[in-house]
Design a protein around this ligand. Structure first.
Ligand code: DX5
Ligand code: ZN
Length: 216
């Protein structure tokens, strides 16, 4: 059995009890933090202030997923708030290569995310800079949507691309992942599984994390 890292998405947590919710997923590998600005995506969540306050209550690496316009204007804020990985959308940045360098200059690992329709070719020349590739397997903006089946093919193609470039980038997949489809996603080549509703939507998030890890 191939193992993948599990990154619970806080989007599905009870926002009135974030600190308690964090303590329930300490057996995960990353904490996935979905930042939405109401403009790049039709929903809003939280910004650096919330991340900074949560930082003291978790040992997990913070995997910040920026679904915002003009990501270049906020890299420093999200780095200082305590992000370990910062991922922005290729579609949202005019100068993606520069934004990746900005993230690294802040001492963070740099990731790029692609919406379901965006070709992998768009990141071909960014490969040497990438620490993470985040494939969206739903349209960004909301939790609880269904995995788009054709994304399996994109995950495999991304895996091939990583191998061909001898890249050390982790391949993360985000959206619609449940216990009953995680196997095929990991088999297609995912290194990191982001899951919101399938973890925080459960009564026992820690148990959900370990079930994902053991894939039972
Ligand atoms: C969607 C977010 C996801 C979301 C996934 O825009 O990027 O991280 O929380 O939620 P589920 O796992 O419920 O599809
Ligand atoms: Zn996300």
């Amino acid at each position: 059995i191939i193992t993948a890292k599990i990154a619970p998405s806080l989007l599905a947590a009870d926002f009135s009890q974030l600190r308690e919710q964090l303590q329930q997923i300490e057996n995960a590998d990353y904490l996935h933090l979905d930042v939405m600005d109401g403009s790049y995506v039709p929903n809003m969540t939280f910004g650096p202030v919330v991340i900074e306050d949560l930082r003291d209550f978790s040992e997990l690496p913070f995997d910040t997923h920026l679904m915002i316009e003009n990501p270049e204007d906020f890299i420093e804020d999200f780095a200082e708030a305590g992000s370990d990985i910062i991922t922005f959308h290729e579609e949202a940045a005019l100068h993606s290569h520069r934004v990746l360098q900005q993230i690294k200059n802040e001492g963070c690992r740099a990731g790029i995310s692609l919406n379901p329709h965006t070709p992998l070719a768009n990141i071909k020349y960014l490969m040497p800079e990438l620490d993470m590739i985040l494939i969206m397997s739903v349209n960004p903006g909301f939790g609880g949507q269904s995995f788009i089946p054709v994304m399996r093919e994109k995950i495999s193609a991304a895996r091939d691309m990583i191998e061909r470039h001898n890249s050390s980038a982790e391949l993360a997949v985000d959206g619609g992942i449940k216990l009953d489809n995680v196997d095929e996603i990991v088999d297609a080549g995912a290194d990191v599984i982001v899951a919101g509703s399938a973890i925080f939507g459960k009564e026992n998030p820690a148990e959900a994390v370990s079930r994902f890890k053991n894939r039972v």
